[in-house]
Design a protein around this ligand. Sequence first.
Ligand SMILES: Nc1ncnc2c1ncn2[C@@H]1O[C@H](COP(=O)(O)OP(=O)(O)O)[C@@H](O)[C@H]1O
Ligand SMILES: [Mg+2]
Length: 283
Amino acid sequence: MSDRFSLGVFYTIVRPEEKAILAAAEARGIAVQRIDDGEATFGLDRPSGLPDVVINRSVSHTRSLYATRCFAHYGVPTVNSPEVTELAGDKVRTSLRLAERGIPTPRTVIALSPEAALKAIDQIGYPAVLKPAVGSWGRLMAKVDNLEDAEQILEHKAALSSPLHSVIYVQEYVPKPGRDLRVFVVGEEVVAAMYRRSTDWRTNAARGATTEAAEVSAELRELSLRAAEAVGGGVLAVDLMEAPSGLVVHEVNPTPEFKALTAVTGADVAGKIVEYAVGVGRR
Ligand SMILES: Nc1ncnc2c1ncn2[C@@H]1O[C@H](COP(=O)(O)OP(=O)(O)O)[C@@H](O)[C@H]1O
Ligand SMILES: [Mg+2]
């Protein structure tokens, strides 16, 4: 056993993002422990040889929640913390927090049954957007243009009867200009920003949106930092839309991808993440 500082990377698969994080650590001479989220086990007693800090890169929200809690139990800090992971990984909790902090966000109504969901959609008006409370890449989201659409989607959700689909998150459809904004925040710093443009109303890079570097205006910077801070701060990607009334924040991602962002802006996102995590580990 050496007392050399080491950085844990908790991952599901080594995507370009994880490769970049591993390379950034290596370039800085930092020892790395890779921890596969499908192989790890967590006992109640603190094992020996743990890293000083763990960067969570698991693609599973459930695995992220439990693993960050277990590392915290051992006294190992994680980026992001269990609290931030839990809050930002849940769109309901994120929306509540953004509203509590007075951060502009689309009008949202939550319902806990398909019957109540029809009421929620009626309160929002058409078109409305339905999202799973936990999820990413725009998956399982639906834009409903009328009552007929709404009834069909809700019938499917009722039939699926999984906990994921029993919470119905309804949001006003924001008529954005064919693009949205992704701002990457590390600690107190805005590292880079990009536009994501698509003919699909869901402009996720994972759905094939075209990406382009965005200039970080004072307003964009302030709003993104406030949104990141609102969920507890750390390594966070803030998603915003240009609504007719101005910028609105619709999501804060706790384990963001950044391949496209790095490609279009040239920012050293992985390096920033590693340096931030080392700072957390040395605290
Ligand atoms: N209320 C909305 N109105 C219009 N477009 C939306 C709305 N909410 C989300 N979108 C589009 O769908 C994409 C995915 O939504 P988001 O809430 O970020 O979920 P995910 O976690 O799947 O990325 C956004 O990037 C945006 O392009
Ligand atoms: Mg998003």
